[in-house]
Write a protein that binds this ligand. Structure first.
Ligand code: G3P
Length: 215
């Protein structure tokens, strides 16, 4: 399972890279806005230079032509850029056009298995179902991941499933059990994954015994 970090914050990205677990990054307009930098292309390029793996940068045009033009500009920033496009009718058209030109697309804001099926058929390299936001409205986000993984397996689609809108370590655990290709995980959740009270307790006991030995 690949780990992407869901952020545009350079410190968080460097920290996850130093942990040795980072395969890529996903951003979106809200995450970019959080950084308060107007030079968004430069920021994306900096992220690519650190990560040296797939970095999703999202288009903001809502029509297919605009998405295609923006996607090409983003893709020219770095070989690591993946163009993130919303799962809409215009988005499908743009995904097909960009994919046909060899540009990797991550279709985002996916909330149904049918949307994921369309994304795969349109040639998307990745699909991003948002599990946390489904949980927020009383649905089961992980059930959607199970459905999409099964559908992709049924037909041998190469599109990779990025579990997005992850809010907890349990989302990561369930994603791995379901065989999702990627989890895009917030920095705080990545750090929480290593925690276990018995690890802390065991380490305290080891250190106390070691200190006794030193006299
Ligand atoms: O990758 C999608 C993610 O950024 C959305 O997360 O927590 O805003 O639902 P959230």
């Amino acid at each position: 399972m690949k780990f992407f970090i869901d952020t545009a914050n350079l410190d968080e990205i460097r920290d996850a890279k130093a942990m040795g677990v980072l395969d890529g990054v996903t951003t979106n307009p809200s995450l970019m806005a959080r950084e308060g930098r107007k030079d968004t292309d430069a920021l994306l390029k900096e992220i690519c230079d650190i990560v040296e793996g797939p970095v999703s940068g999202e288009v903001t045009a809502l029509d297919a032509e605009g998405m295609i033009a923006e996607g090409k500009t983003l893709a020219a920033l770095s070989k690591y850029i993946v163009v993130k496009i919303p799962t809409t009718l215009a988005g499908l058209k743009a995904t097909r056009a960009l994919s046909d030109e060899g540009i990797a697309v991550n279709m985002t804001l996916c909330f149904s298995a049918n949307q994921a099926l369309l994304a795969a058929k349109a040639g998307a390299a990745y699909i991003s179902p948002f599990v946390g936001r489904l949980d927020d409205i009383g649905q089961d986000g992980m059930e959607l991941i199970a459905d999409i993984c099964l559908i992709y397996e049924n037909y041998g689609f190469k599109t990779e499933v990025i579990v997005a809108s992850i809010r907890s370590t349990e989302h990561v655990h369930q994603s791995a059990l379901l065989g999702a290709h990627v989890g895009t995980i917030p920095h705080n959740v990545i750090k929480q994954l290593v925690n276990h009270p018995l690890t802390d307790k065991g380490l305290d006991a080891f250190m106390a015994d070691w200190d006794k030995l030193q006299g």
